[in-house]
Design a protein around this ligand. Structure first.
Ligand code: PRX
Length: 637
């Protein structure tokens, strides 16, 4: 990499080999973004070419109307012509004594077709919702692709989410078929997934549960409802023609934390998602035939959907999937996996990088010889961690793409391109060609260079941007299309631009907190806690954490006789059961009062500032200033 002041640029060798290495691409895209995407979409195989590239009737919009396609045709069939025996998926199990599983494009194609036929036999049709509650095993990829093959809508639920979280999603989508596993390995333990899945079925419409045998743990089986995956596919035909999907038909729904405490189903559509997933992967990760791409994201999150599964396959690349925790059974397991399989593109989250930095320190320079490109996603990365990753893992040779996007956007929207740059520690960089951003103040005026404001996306938005919050158009309008009117998509992120036009993300301006890159809302947590019999009032705030970026802290006003430690235990259990371990508060404090304005609104910023030791600001509107003194004392203790 070439350094110019604080900026880094790719060297000639990298530049020459990359798909995009000429800055003029930005000008071209800027001139007419719709035409730009129209031309790009020609690289996708359509059963029927789109008639109209973009139409807008605020706050709704469409891309590639009139087109018919299937994402699996582009991800599998198309690759059979030239990559039939090429490895599509390398799966690394967690137990060290187990062999990896390798699937070529042809093998994956056959498995997907067989499972698609099995789903059809169970009565699953185009538009039906299918729940997928699976760990990081090859069957999760097969299941997602099989749904897409027949036009069914997958709802993947992160395997570490609780049965209540799964139940909410199954109810909301009226899912009739759920795919799960007996169990899986995590840090040497078998996690009994089937038990969780069974609990989640209460009051749902689920008629069939398909179970993958992974961990061989003993599980309860309900006759007529539960089916073993391996029995189901045993005699299935391995040909299943792909459903011809309209561009604006639903591709999948993925739930994410919303600001009112209830998760919202982000609805993504076939045409735009396929085009954006393909191109952002191709240009940002510079995917070529010889590449082995490892995105560490779990399929339960949007990064897992787009860059662990769909984008590498659409690009005919080989991708790696790992079942377990990257630092188990030893802190540098992730480094061993890179070396063992010759990974050359490595995409992970800042939290993982901070953990690697802490646990592995200075890494041997004999490692990582295969790496040629690094990427991060999900939360802001600090300069120190960026530099550690760049120097120790990337050996100062690999471009480091910091990719900004959201569950809602379906694919990456901001990231400098590796063959062009520039890269600057802690900055996500330039918007991907064809996307128009602005940074606005509260009145809707563009802020100046280096001034903080709200990050918004302008028309024509992005092909993969969500089209709807499932069954909730009101929420769709209010959350994304109301702060600056119905023609501007508000990201809920604060950001600023430097003099080179590079964007730096500051963080969320709503009640979302990013815990280890995972998205949870304070409202969602408060909803759970406030239902406890001993809780009168509660406030959750996100505070900075050295490894996880942010962690939730709870302040509780309790009623009845209960000790702090007993209540803390019960509340932790409640959150584990209702949401999952990702959302656990780091501390729960009992206080006698919460700081409130005279109109009764809890002033959450005070808690946060007490932790970060920032000035508390104007407290004159507080109805109960003595509460601040008490909280200060408790935190100090
Ligand atoms: O605040 C931004 C942060 O993650 C939010 C979206 O979270 P989620 O829907 O879970 O998707 C994460 C993975 C795509 C954003 O609103 N975020 C995402 N990427 C970055 C980021 N913050 C800073 N830098 C990033 N590269």
């Amino acid at each position: 990499m070439i350094r110019k002041g604080k900026l880094y640029y790719p060297d000639k060798a990298f530049k020459d080999k990359s798909w995009i290495n000429d800055k003029s691409i930005y000008k071209k895209a800027d001139k007419d973004p719709v035409k730009f995407w129209e031309d790009l979409a020609k690289e996708i195989d359509w059963f029927k070419e789109p008639k109209k590239t973009f139409s807008h009737y605020a706050p709704y919009f469409k891309w590639f109307e009139g087109g018919k396609l299937n994402i699996t045709y582009n991800a599998l069939d198309k690759n059979l012509e030239t990559r039939k025996n090429k490895v599509a998926l390398i799966w690394e199990p967690e137990p060290l004594n187990e062999e990896p599983r390798i699937l070529t494009y042809y093998e994956l194609y056959l498995e997907v077709n067989k499972f698609a036929n099995a789903l059809k036999k169970l009565g699953v049709k185009k538009g039906d919702r299918v729940g997928i509650y699976l760990p990081m095993i090859p069957e999760v990829v097969i299941a997602m692709l099989a749904c897409s093959r027949i036009g069914a809508v997958h709802i993947v639920v992160f395997s570490a989410f609780s049965s209540t979280a799964l139940n909410i999603r199954l109810l909301d989508t009226e899912t009739k078929v759920l795919i799960t596993a007996d169990g899986y390995f995590r840090r040497g333990k078998v996690i009994d997934l089937k038990k969780n899945a069974d609990k989640a079925l209460k009051n749902t419409k689920v008629k069939k549960v398909i179970v993958v045998k992974r961990a061989n743990n003993k599980v309860a089986f309900k006759k007529d409802r539960d089916l073993w995956w391996y029995e189901l596919v045993e005699n299935e035909k391995d040909e299943c023609s792909p459903e011809k999907m309209n561009s604006e038909d639903t591709q999948f729904i993925l739930y994410t934390s919303g600001s009112t405490g209830r998760p919202k189903g982000c609805l993504h559509v076939c045409g735009g998602y396929t085009v954006q997933a393909y191109f952002t992967g191709k240009w940002i990760f510079d995917l070529h035939d010889e590449d082995i791409f490892w995105s560490t994201a779990d399929v339960g999150w949007i990064t897992g959907h787009t860059y662990t599964v769909y984008s590498p396959l659409l690009n005919g690349a080989t991708f790696l999937m790992f079942e377990g925790a990257p630092n188990w059974p030893k802190p540098d397991r992730w480094a061993d996996i890179i070396d063992k399989h010759g990974v050359n593109i490595f995409y992970t989250a800042p939290t993982a990088i901070r953990m690697f930095k802490k646990q592995c320190g200075k890494l041997s320079r004999t490692k990582f010889k295969t790496l040629r490109l690094l990427g991060t996603v999900g939360e802001p990365i600090d300069e120190h961690s960026w530099n550690w990753f760049f120097r120790n893992v990337g050996r100062e040779k690999c471009p480091l793409v910091d990719t900004w996007w959201q569950t809602e956007t379906g694919g990456i929207l901001i990231s400098s391109l590796p063959g062009i740059g520039p890269f600057k520690p802690a900055y996500t960089g330039l918007a991907f060609p064809g996307f128009k951003f602005d940074i606005l103040d509260d009145k809707g005026k563009s802020v100046k260079t280096n001034e903080k404001g709200n990050l918004v996306l302008l028309s024509p938005f992005a092909p993969a941007l969500l089209r709807m919050v499932y069954k909730n158009p009101k929420k769709y309008k209010k959350t994304y299309w109301s702060d600056y009117g119905d023609k501007i998509y508000f990201t809920s992120d604060a950001a600023y631009k430097d003099k080179n036009g590079l964007i730096r993300i500051v963080g969320r301006v709503d009640d979302v907190i990013k815990v280890a890159g995972h998205r949870v809302t304070t409202g969602e947590l408060e909803n759970v806690l406030s239902k406890h019999e001993h809780v009168t009032e509660c406030a959750i705030v996100g505070i900075p954490d050295k490894i996880k970026g942010e962690v939730p802290i709870a302040f509780i006003v309790s009623k009845g006789k209960v000790t702090e430690s007993k209540l803390e235990k019960e509340l932790i259990l409640e959150i584990r059961e209702k949401i999952g371990p990702v959302a656990l508060p780091k501390r729960i404090y009992l206080v006698s009062d919460l700081p409130k304005t005279r109109s009764g609104k809890i002033m959450r910023r005070i808690f946060k500032r007490l932790f970060t030791k920032e000035p508390l600001g104007d407290l004159s509107t507080l109805a109960n200033p003595e509460s601040v003194k008490e909280i200060k004392k408790i935190i100090k203790k």
